[in-house]
Ligand binder design. Structure first.
Ligand code: GDP
Length: 139
């Protein structure tokens, strides 16, 4: 089934000039980048985006990191795109991620783990609409 998911290339990766490399890994796995924009998140936006983690001990550190530099937000499309992107990303902690995944190959730490990807259809819809209107997704 063709699906869409939201991906974010995080500040640790944009800082190290890894946008193209990550896009190449996504495309190599069969995902299509059907919309993409580079921007700097405000503190308010980061807190809203990660609202579900508000009570977790790492929330402050996470929001500080996500506002430490530009991010690239993108809509990925493909067959089973949500799960496929999660596989290409690898486990949240790069130390646990499989070889060949983005996080294993490129991430710095549990916080600075290079990419975000929606974890299910409902979150994907909410997260895509957080950054993109339908007219901004040319396909
Ligand atoms: P994801 O879906 O794999 O990105 O993981 P989560 O939704 O659980 O967490 C969101 C983000 O918060 C992760 O990608 C990490 O950047 C960060 N994070 C998650 N768990 C921890 C943790 O235990 N400690 C720290 N410092 N950061 C964490």
């Amino acid at each position: 089934m063709t699906e869409r998911t939201l991906s974010i290339i995080k500040p640790d990766a944009t800082r190290r000039n890894l946008t193209g490399k990550i896009n190449s890994m996504l495309e190599g796995a069969g995902l299509r980048i059907v919309a993409q924009r580079r921007l700097s998140l405000t503190g308010v936006q980061a807190e809203k985006f990660y609202e579900v983690h508000r009570d977790r001990p790492f929330f402050g550190e996470l929001c500080e990191f996500m506002t430490s530099g530009p991010v690239v937000v993108q809509v990925l499309e493909g067959n089973g795109a949500i799960a496929l992107n999660r596989r290409v990303m690898g486990a949240t902690n790069p130390a646990d991620a499989e070889p060949g995944t983005i996080r294993r190959e490129l991430a710095i730490s549990l916080t600075e783990n290079s990419v975000h990807g929606s974890d299910g259809p409902e979150t994907a819809a909410i997260e895509i609409s957080f950054f993109f209107a339908e007219v901004d997704i040319p396909g």
